[in-house]
Design a protein. Sequence first.
Length: 184
Amino acid sequence: MIFTETELPGAFIIDVERMSDERGFFARSWCEDEFAAHGILMPPLQANVSSNPRRGTLRGMHYQLPPHEETKLVRCTRGAIYDVIVDLREESPTYGKWLGVELTADSFRMLFVPGRFAHGFLTLTDNTDVCYQVSAKYAPGAERGLRWNDPAIGIQWPFQPNLVSEKDQRHPDFQLRVQEEVNS
């Protein structure tokens, strides 16, 4: 696997190394030792699948509060997505900054999302499936989100989504999130 650290410290784009022959190819998509060599200690406790029939479906921006924060390894297994993360680590030099990367089923590219990051994606094609491994179980009481179109963050989505759940539309702006969590 080829690990490329992004401008958001701790977040990596991971490309598989294909061993090809007349049958197709073989590649590893997870290796505890290789991940550990890049400082990624992520015991996957759960694997999730998100199936999205319509292009323009937006899911996000989701995260869980400590001690239930999740690290994620995200891969698009059918179709294509624009995958976005936002750094929520107050001590980080990139606090409040975002990163977007296109993940496609054909590329087998993955995005590693550290804990204390918000995560979301926009489907770029119809019939898109996303698989992700997470390091923590879902904790309903720790679930939070950021508004996907908060101008304070300024995520540049490739186009306007046409399907966003009511729940995701109700997520607060970044500044409200900060105030709520500081005062709780």
